[in-house]
Ligand binder design. Structure first.
Ligand SMILES: [Zn+2]
Length: 228
């Protein structure tokens, strides 16, 4: 990193700058540069302020700005983003496993703590958890070296009738959505079989263990699976 760093990770960057890198990391996974308007929407800020921050991050060697396209992470920026994601997901795992938080409660807490916790605290949490590889929502935890499972997974909405698959992960942003999923039995690790799919984005009927449940197409599109 180009800035002198007081701590060993994410270092002298502000929490806001770290959030930019994390958002660009997630947007870039589509393969395209992260568009300024999408970054603004994700962070809830005006596009004009995004341009200013991107210039600063570019000067620090953390992003490359592509005119009219948006921004891509440079390797040092990608490293910062992955370490921030590591911190977030270890904090979530710690809160859920050690402190008894429910899985729909941990995300907002982790959003705050990910910027504040020292690297030593994070690594002690990881150690006490036995170095988990996924967070409570099934999202992979990047390693200290910055390795991470970046497979893009199919969703339940892309399955076919009679197909069986294992639930791997789901988006953790909306606590109500997570409570809903837990209520119908959709949590990481369970196996689901498609019983029926209504046309025109209608409900998807599933079998989970011996139970039959019906979920909307929008929910089905937010739960990601792998073959069993
Ligand atoms: Zn989270």
């Amino acid at each position: 990193m180009a800035t002198p760093s007081r701590r060993d990770t994410p270092g002298a960057l502000t929490g806001q700058a770290e959030d930019y890198l994390k958002v660009i990391y997630h947007l870039e996974r589509s393969g395209e540069a992260a568009a300024t308007s999408d970054i603004a929407a994700e962070l809830g800020v005006a596009p004009a302020s995004v341009s200013g921050m991107l210039q600063r991050l570019a000067r620090l060697g953390l992003v490359r700005v592509e005119r009219y396209r948006g921004a891509r992470l440079a390797p040092p920026g990608r490293h910062v983003a992955l370490q921030l994601i590591r911190r977030h997901r270890i904090i979530e795992s710690f809160l859920a496993t050690k402190l008894g938080y429910s899985w729909d409660d941990v995300h907002d807490e982790a959003e705050r703590l990910e910027h504040a916790a020292s690297t030593e605290l994070i690594e002690r949490m990881a150690e006490s958890l036995g170095h988990p590889t996924a967070d409570p929502h099934g999202a992979p935890i990047p390693t200290v070296e910055g390795r991470v499972d970046e497979r893009s997974l199919r969703s339940i909405a892309e399955m076919t009738v009679r197909e069986t698959a294992r639930v791997v992960r789901m988006s953790d942003r909306d606590p109500a959505f997570l409570r809903y999923l837990a209520g119908v039995g959709l949590t990481p690790g369970v196996e689901v079989t498609i019983v029926a799919i209504a046309p025109f984005d209608g409900p998807v009927e599933l079998r989970i263990a011996r139970k039959r449940v019906s979920i909307g197409a929008a929910a089905a599109g937010q739960v990601f699976i792998e073959p069993v």
